[in-house]
Design a protein around this ligand. Structure first.
Ligand SMILES: Cc1cc2nc3c(=O)[nH]c(=O)nc-3n(C[C@H](O)[C@H](O)[C@H](O)COP(=O)(O)OP(=O)(O)OC[C@H]3O[C@@H](n4cnc5c(N)ncnc54)[C@H](O)[C@@H]3O)c2cc1C
Ligand SMILES: NC(=O)c1ccc[n+]([C@@H]2O[C@H](COP(=O)([O-])OP(=O)(O)OC[C@H]3O[C@@H](n4cnc5c(N)ncnc54)[C@H](O)[C@@H]3O)[C@@H](O)[C@H]2O)c1
Length: 447
């Protein structure tokens, strides 16, 4: 039996940041990982996705210049791009493992399963620790329909050696909308089938509709209000997708992008006395589970806060501080969310939809893409909706536009630190930059 101060189950962002902090403070720390070290974001999520999105984003920017200086759109050579993805992404896992071992962290390969309140087993070896952190993340959901075993998931898409001629995405959430944009730019015929009546719920309804319209203009087909009921593959390797509403689609590749579910199977949560539900592991305001020696961090938590890399990192760092003696409950600052569609969508703080139901809040839209100072980029759709409270403080914002991700980051300190107009006007920002122009515009509406 090996003893540790802290064992993290998982090695993604919800684990390794906190593990590193604790190890540097002299604690004996181990990470247990059954797949690739560094977890989803690094190996099968954000990093790989944004790399493959790069040329699609460039092409999208070039489209703004059609008729005003550029006529041709280059083609994406997918196999070359995929080779570059492997060159950049594949070494990251071993690189992180080496970095963590320099800090004295043991990395144990295999599946962890609790066998009791303070013990777990990996490959028949029992490990004991004072504290455990469950940071096992999520995995793709699987539709419960005939033919579900034929469907592909996000990890497989990010490994495609050739871009299929046609792809159907089931679901119109983050993954479908981001990957559909990439696949279309790489030449595939793309269809998105969504159960609800709109895509990208969680983002401003009007702006997400504009993204859908933009994607339709680029040749992507959408069908809303359709529940996929059956998938089959014929002898020519062509898929047939059918919906309960009677629609049929043919495609070379079909993706199940209907969400993600917590990795809590065969984890021995009952043996450890850890409560859970279908949203994940239940925690209190200290990220402690129903077993006081076991914490949970990242995507695996049953939580309302967005399941994103920065929130996983924040939670793991919080747990490290807590295990080093801090006694405060976790307090989240505002969390910006971005859909890396083309154009991009961003959301931070109170949403426009929630603000509409609260008479103390005011919504102010600035169609900044049409302002003279932004005309140089011809990104005419770029807009921001501000949510402002009774004290004339910024409490939320929704954005659409190619530079929305960078602009939303600039708004994070404005909201968290309750900046006034004077705070913003008292600073000098670089010019011409998006945030440098938008921040003073926003300041005009603040106290
Ligand atoms: C395609 C895709 C794109 C994304 N894009 C973005 C983005 O652009 N921006 C963003 O902020 N977020 C993005 N996300 C979400 C982001 O990846 C997650 O929020 C983040 O990875 C969560 O980190 P985590 O450490 O909680 O979980 P993970 O990174 O999933 O790590 C959990 C680890 O635990 C391991 N594990 C599970 N069970 C066991 C067990 N029993 N024993 C041992 N090991 C186990 C798993 O193998 C995994 O490596 C994306 C996700 C996907 C799928
Ligand atoms: N940019 C980012 O930050 C980013 C990118 C990708 C993924 N992620 C993370 O991954 C998570 C999962 O993403 P996702 O896109 O898989 O899920 P999602 O929850 O964003 O979207 C799933 C969609 O599938 C639809 N759906 C469900 N069942 C259906 C059915 N039977 N037929 C048709 N449609 C159906 C839902 O209505 C929903 O719109 C996100 O919530 C987020 O935490 C984040």
């Amino acid at each position: 039996m090996t003893n540790y101060d802290v064992i993290f189950i998982g090695s993604g962002h919800a684990a390794w940041h906190g593990a590193q902090t604790l190890a540097r403070e002299g604690k004996k720390v181990a990470l247990i990982e059954e797949n690739k070290v560094a977890g989803t974001c690094t190996n099968f999520g954000c990093n790989a996705k944004i790399l493959l999105d790069g040329p699609a984003e460039l092409i999208h920017h070039l489209h703004h210049y059609h008729g005003i200086g550029i006529n041709d759109t280059p083609n994406i050579i997918w196999p070359e791009l995929m080779a570059y993805k492997h060159q950049v992404i594949d070494p990251l896992s071993d690189g992180l493992a080496r970095m963590l071992s320099v800090d004295g962290i043991d990395i144990i390969a295999g599946h962890a399963e609790f066998t009791g309140q303070q013990t777990l087993i990996v490959n028949h070896v029992v490990y004991q620790a004072d504290k455990f952190v469950i940071a096992t993340g999520q995995k793709p959901a699987k539709l419960a329909i005939p033919g579900a075993e034929l469907l592909h998931d996000s990890t497989e898409f990010l490994e495609l050696s050739e871009m299929p001629n046609s792809i159907v995405f089931i679901g119109g959430g983050y993954i479908a909308m981001e990957f559909a944009s990439i696949a279309r730019a790489a030449g595939s015929q793309v269809t998105v089938i969504e159960y609800g009546d709109h895509a990208l719920s969680g983002f401003d309804r009007e702006y997400s509709q504009e993204v859908v319209e933009d994607m339709i203009d680029r040749g992507i087909h959408f069908d809303f209000g359709q529940r996929v009921s059956h998938v089959a593959l014929d002898e020519k390797q062509k898929y047939l997708v059918e919906t309960a509403q009677g629609k049929r689609y043919n495609a070379d590749y079909v993706m199940d992008t209907t969400g993600r579910v917590p990795n809590i199977d065969n984890l021995g949560l009952k043996a450890a006395g850890v409560e859970y539900n279908k949203g994940g592991v239940v925690v209190d305001d200290y990220l402690r589970t129903s077993n006081p020696n076991i914490y949970a961090s990242g995507d695996v938590i049953a939580k309302a806060i967005p399941r994103l890399t920065p929130t996983a990192t924040f939670e793991s760092q919080y747990i490290a501080k807590k295990l080093s003696g801090d006694s405060d409950p976790i307090k989240y600052p505002v969390v910006p969310s971005i859909a890396f569609t083309l154009p991009r969508l961003a959301q931070v703080g109170i949403s426009v939809d929630d603000a509409k139901n609260d008479e103390r809040l005011r919504i102010q839209e600035i169609p900044y893409g049409q302002l003279m100072r932004f005309q140089t980029l011809n990104d005419v759709k770029a807009k921001i909706k501000l949510v402002i409270d009774q004290d004339k403080k910024l409490v939320g914002a929704s954005l659409i536009g190619d530079f929305a991700p960078e602009v939303v980051n600039a708004l994070v300190p404005v909201i968290n630190n309750e900046y006034t107009s004077r705070d913003i006007h008292g600073q000098i920002f670089a010019f011409p930059t998006h945030s440098g122009i938008i921040l003073p515009l926003i300041a005009n509406y603040l106290a």
